[in-house]
Structures are given as C-alpha cells and as structure tokens.
Write a protein that binds this ligand. Structure first.
Ligand code: NAD
Length: 439
C-alpha cells in the first residue's frame, strides 16, 4: 500500500519506519523541514532504539521518504495516518489544533491529487484524541475541504507503543483496534496491519478513542498503586519490590481481567475491611495514600449514582433483585446492595427485595449482626417471588442474573430498570426504561 504519515514525532516516525520495513511505500510528512531532511539522509529525527537502522535501510531500499509537500505524499495514497501532536493545556484540555490543521491539509490535498488504484482512501487518526473527535472534528473538517464526490473513509486506530521500546512495541502490539463504521476502511486498515501477530478488533470510533485513555489511565494508576504500597510498607521493614513481584505472580486475581469489569460498587467481607485497615496503618504512620483513600470515596459515588438515578426518576416503589454482594452466596456483609437499600429506606422509598439465596433465619454471626444494623426489617422486605417484588414497582435495581428475574423483567418491565451487573443480556437491555449503570 502507499501510506502517508503526517507528523514525524515518536509515534509517526516509528509507524512510518516500521511500515516501510514491511515493504509498504511510506511517505512521511512533517511541517518541520529539518525532520524530513534527516529522514531522507537516513537518520531519525527522534531517539528511539532501533529506529535509525530501520530508517536508513528503508530509505536505501526506497520504501521510505519524507517531505513537507503533503500533496506528493497523499497522491495515490491508500491510507493517510495522522500522528500529529495532541498536547494538553495545564488544565488537561486537549489542544486539537494540530489535528485540525493536518486534516484540513488532507482534505485540500484530496482536491488536487489522484486516488489510489483501489479507488478509495482511508484517513486514520493515530494521535490520542478525546472521544467524539473523529465524529465532531475530523469528519466535518474533511467534508469541508475534500471535493464533492471524493471517496474516502475515516477511522481511529490508537497507537499503543511506548517510548524507549517503540519499535519492538510496534511489531508486537497487544492488539489492533480499528474504530470505524465503514467496513471498507476497516478491511483496508486491517490489511495494513495484517503482518503483525495481533488480534484485530473493529469497534465504534468512540470506543477506540476512549480505549487509549483507559489504557494510559490504568498504566498511571498501576505506577501510583505500586508506589503507594511501597511508601506504606517501607517504614515497616518491608521490601515492597518483593511484595509486588509476588503480587504480579498472581495472574488469577491481580494481573488478570478479574475486577476490571464495569458494574456496581465493591463490597463483601474483605475488600472494604482490608482497605480501611491499610488506610488506618497509613494514618498512624503518617503516610499519605491519596489514591487508595480515594478508592473508598469512588466506591461510595458508585452507589450514590444509582440513588441519584432513582431520585431523578421520581417513582417511590423500588424492587431490588439480588441482595448479597455476589450471586450464589448469602454473605451480606458490606454488600453495596444492602447499603443501597438502607439509603433508599432512609429517604422514604418503599423497598421489595427478591433474593432466593438470602434467608434471614439462616443468617448467623457477623453476617446476621451486619444485616440487623443496616436492614433490621429484612424479613418484611423480602418477597418469595420475583413477581411479588416487581408488582407495582416503579424501579427495579437488578444484580441477579437468575433466569426467573430475566424472564420477569422482559415480560413486565417496570418503568425504570437499573442494571448494576451488566450481565442481564440483550433481551433485558432492549426493554424500555433500561439504564445500565456505566454503559
Ligand atoms: P510529537 O509532538 O513528538 O510529534 C508530532 C509531530 O507532528 C511534530 O513533528 C510536528 O512538527 C508534526 N506536525 C504538527 N502539525 C503537523 C501537520 N499539520 N502536518 C504534518 N506534521 C505536523 O508527538 P508524538 O509524541 O509523536 O505523539 C503524537 C500523537 O501520538 C499524540 O497524540 C500522542 O498522544 C500519541 N502517542 C504518542 C506515543 C509516544 O510514545 N510518544 C505513543 C502513543 C500515542
């Protein structure tokens, strides 16, 4: 394919050199002429291990060249990759002027240049941009500058390389995620990246835009997590390098998809208790752990979000379908569902609870005392059937995936169905009044 790469910084230069090394006909474009001169001399404008060699080889073989002339690069190009900078202001607002200028240039170039032999062109955003940028900025800008009848499509394909290992990351990506609603663009971009041993996912444009932010936020969170753990334990004679090495060996709960599904708040007999114990240790040792402290606050917001949604709806009769903190257990200790019921009862809502696993008479020990302190009239709130719980309900708050619950919601959905599990399935998601807690 002929590929034009706009922006020869870290991301663009690595992409350009790596794609050229795969035999594509790559044209790098930068507004900074010194960068294109360096590339054409076989040198890299950025320092990145392995990049110089890739560039000099590709330039010698004639698969890579650089220019400031966008028309020359876009002429006959199948794919135009936009890798320009998206710096943030001090407040975090993303400055999209480089993207807007680059996309305007591409639209103008479409007026004066020829399409590739396959007839259509793909404009692919690789810069990290806030969700909605492709739809609200890129598409309208292209439409303004491209000639009428010009055949092109747009996609967002986030770049996951890290500086310092950019070349090896490019050749071994975790996956290729193509955000587009245009099947032809999807297949062209998939073809461009087909030489890599990575799964290709075609998703909505906004999903691809959001994914990159989710990834980087998680990476930042991981660093702060490890550092907060170390800051707490260093004063207790503990080497947290060992703690974290062992921590990372657990690929069932720690380095795994566990606990990474959006849904309701955490709870149960261990997580809140042990997190509070850890924060107590930090306080008595005068250690600040802002991120871990904020985890509790964030969890409370997850619950109050649901309360706010119910208040906004206006109905006073709430069916809670599923009470324990996990399905198939009757442990109610610190169940966020219990806290939700307690909050709603305190605000004067009428609550009916359906959870066949929970039998108040069988609750013992701390489980029993927790429920008595929070929901002293649990027995009166529980119903024998899901139908009884839903009778006259204005709202259902659903964590149970019990087939009886799903069937009842599909047959007689109340005006508002609050799904806090995300696992109810498409039938329930299609009922009028369905509201997913985070989707
Ligand atoms: P950078 O600032 O190093 O490079 C951007 C380049 O774009 C500059 O050389 C600039 O001169 C050029 N440019 C600006 N406007 C242009 C235009 N209209 N036409 C052609 N060239 C133009 O940025 P970077 O670090 O390479 O990052 C680029 C994007 O990729 C950012 O959105 C960044 O968040 C994302 N990203 C970066 C990395 C990384 O490791 N640096 C990794 C993944 C994603």
């Amino acid at each position: 394919m002929k590929v034009a790469v706009l922006g020869l910084g870290y991301a663009g230069m690595v992409s350009a050199a790596c794609l050229a090394s795969k035999g594509h006909d790559v044209w790098g474009v930068d507004v900074d002429a010194s960068k294109s001169r360096l590339v054409n001399d076989g040198a890299s404008p950025v320092v990145e291990p392995g990049l110089d060699v890739l560039i000099s080889d590709a330039v010698r073989r004639g698969t890579l060249r650089a220019t400031t002339d966008i028309d020359a690069a876009v002429d006959g190009a199948d794919i135009v990759l936009v890798c320009v900078g998206t710096p943030a202001t001090d407040h975090g607002r993303v400055d999209l002027r480089q993207v807007e200028a680059a996309v305007s240039d591409i639209g103008r170039a479409f007026r004066t240049t020829a399409p590739p032999p396959r007839g259509r062109r793909s404009v692919v955003i690789r810069s990290t941009v806030p969700p909605g940028t492709v739809e609200e900025l890129v598409r309208p800008t292209l439409a303004r500058f491209a000639p009428a009848g010009c055949s092109y499509g747009v996609a967002m394909v986030p770049e996951f390389l890290r500086e310092g290992s950019g070349v090896s990351d490019f050749f071994a990506p975790p996956f290729t995620v193509i955000g587009t609603d245009d099947a032809l663009v999807g297949s062209d971009v998939a073809e461009l990246f087909s030489g890599f041993d990575a799964r290709v996912h075609i998703v909505a444009t906004r999903t691809a835009e959001a994914l990159k932010y989710a990834c980087n936020a998680f990476h930042a969170t991981k660093v702060s997590f490890a550092n907060e753990i170390a800051r707490l334990f260093r004063g207790m004679g503990i080497d947290s390098r060992v703690v974290m090495e062992l921590f990372c060996e657990d690929d069932q709960l720690n380095i795994s998809p566990a606990y990474l599904r959006p849904g309701f708040a955490f709870g149960g007999s261990c997580l809140p208790k042990d997190l509070r114990a850890l924060l107590y240790l930090a306080r008595v040792n005068s250690v600040d752990l802002p991120m871990l402290s904020a985890t509790l606050e964030s969890n409370e917001i997850t619950i109050s979000d649901v309360v706010d949604r119910i208040i906004a709806h206006g109905g006073r009769n709430v069916a809670v379908l599923g009470l324990s903190f996990k399905m198939e257990t009757d442990d109610l200790r610190e169940s966020p569902n219990v806290i939700l019921c307690e909050t709603l009862l305190g605000k004067g809502y009428n609550i009916r609870i359906y959870d066949p696993i929970v039998k108040p008479a069988r609750l013992i020990g701390t489980n029993q005392s927790y429920v008595e302190s929070k929901l002293s009239h649990l027995q009166r709130l529980l119903t024998d059937s899901v139908g009884d719980a839903l009778a006259g309900a204005d709202v259902a708050v659903v964590s149970s995936r019990d087939p009886l619950v799903v069937a009842a919601l599909v047959a007689t959905p109340p005006p508002l169905v609050v799904d806090i599990s995300g696992r109810l399935g498409p039938q329930v998601e299609r009922v009028p009044g369905y509201w997913g807690i985070g989707w």
